[in-house]
Design a protein around this ligand. Structure first.
Ligand SMILES: [Zn+2]
Length: 87
């Protein structure tokens, strides 16, 4: 069981603060060309208060980056969330 919650804070332009609870890991984002903090689509969906299907739609429209580094689950690039407006 993974009941432990870690809080991740990303500060963007010192205005927007994104807090996402749960697991985090680093992954290489091809679009950013660097190692970024990656989040599960579910975490992003919870944070943005949208459903996972909408997260996928934003990935498809290239608003956010999908990381698929060969691991079982696709992750979302945390860096691609920076500076974005979600409303
Ligand atoms: Zn990226």
């Amino acid at each position: 069981m993974m009941n432990r919650t870690r809080q991740i804070t990303i500060e963007t332009h010192s205005i927007t603060i994104i807090r996402i609870s749960g697991k985090q890991h680093s992954a290489h984002c091809e679009r950013c060309g660097k190692t970024v903090t990656a989040f599960a689509p579910k975490q992003i969906a919870a944070f943005l208060q949208i459903d996972v299907a909408e997260v996928c739609r934003r990935v498809e429209t290239k608003k956010i980056h999908l990381i698929n580094d060969g691991e079982s689950a696709a992750m979302i690039c945390g860096t691609s969330l920076e500076g974005k407006k979600f409303n």
